[in-house]
Design a protein around this ligand. Structure first.
Ligand code: ADP
Ligand code: AMP
Length: 226
């Protein structure tokens, strides 16, 4: 299965992708995580991306597409992939079609996690991440047992630099300008499934699984006809 999770920053893409990846045994590829990995390793790509990320802007398409292309070419993506945060622009979506078709594959489902602006802001404001194991908490919706400490490993919890209020707002504006057009793009291709992202984590997961299973059945039917 090749799945794209589409939605605003803080809509819950990463939370859902992590569980789906474990359940479906396909890798979770998050462009934001790939950039953060480059930043941590101080690569030249990381250096290029840093200024954009810190300002809450999108990293240029050429850089982002090259990075994702490389990741999708690795052997673990052969059985499928759950893309989180990519594509974020129409040129990225077009490039993705090209990459997948070069690999003899295509997108099975684009799940759009629909969340109101109010919810996006609350989820972003409350997001805390364990500096040690990466587990994601939320002050309002899933707080740790001890403030500032990870339940799983005791690591310290941090706010993402780009989750600070002044950057948060800008990221949402950028999402409206550059990513929202993808909803129409995928709708026209007949690939879009809308998911009610206002539900709790388990509710969103249930709806996503139903959509993915339905897409899997459609793909198998098409495959058996050709
Ligand atoms: P994204 O990857 O789309 O930016 P995340 O998955 O990191 O978003 O979720 C943003 C924040 O909201 C995190 O703190 C996460 O724990 C929380 N969260 C995710 N999904 C839900 C949900 N359905 N209900 C409440 N909180 C959620
Ligand atoms: P995320 O972790 O998905 O919220 O992404 C964090 C930041 O990384 C974004 O605000 C962008 O600066 C950058 N980024 C992630 N994915 C993309 C993408 N597909 N295109 C451009 N920039 C991206």
């Amino acid at each position: 299965m090749n799945i794209v999770l589409l939605g605003g920053p803080g809509s819950g893409k990463g939370t859902q992708a992590k569980t789906l990846s474990e359940m479906l045994h396909v890798p979770h590829v998050a462009s934001g995580d790939l950039f953060r990995e480059h930043l941590k390793n101080q690569t030249s790509l990381g250096e290029t991306a840093q200024a954009y990320i810190n300002r809450g802007e999108l990293v240029p398409d050429q850089v982002t597409i090259g990075m994702v292309r490389e990741r999708l070419g690795l052997p673990d993506c052969q059985a499928g992939v759950i893309l989180d945060g990519f594509p974020r622009t129409v040129p990225q979506a077009e490039a993705l079609e090209g990459m997948l078709s070069e690999l003899g594959r295509r997108l099975d489902v684009v799940a759009y996690i629909e969340v109101s602006l109010e919810t996006l802001l609350k989820r972003l404001s409350g997001r805390l991440i364990c500096a040690q194991c990466g587990f994601v908490y939320n002050l309002y919706f899933g707080p740790p047992k001890i403030a500032g400490r990870c339940d799983a490993c005791g690591g310290s919890l941090e706010q993402r630099q780009d989750d600070r209020p002044e950057i948060q707002r800008h990221r949402i504006e950028v999402y409206w300008e550059q990513t929202v057009p993808l909803i129409d793009y995928y709708q026209r291709l007949g690939k879009l499934t809308r998911i009610d992202g206002e539900q709790d984590i388990a509710g969103v997961q249930g709806q996503l699984l139903t959509a993915i299973r339905a897409a899997g059945r459609r793909t198998r039917r098409k495959g058996s006809k050709s």
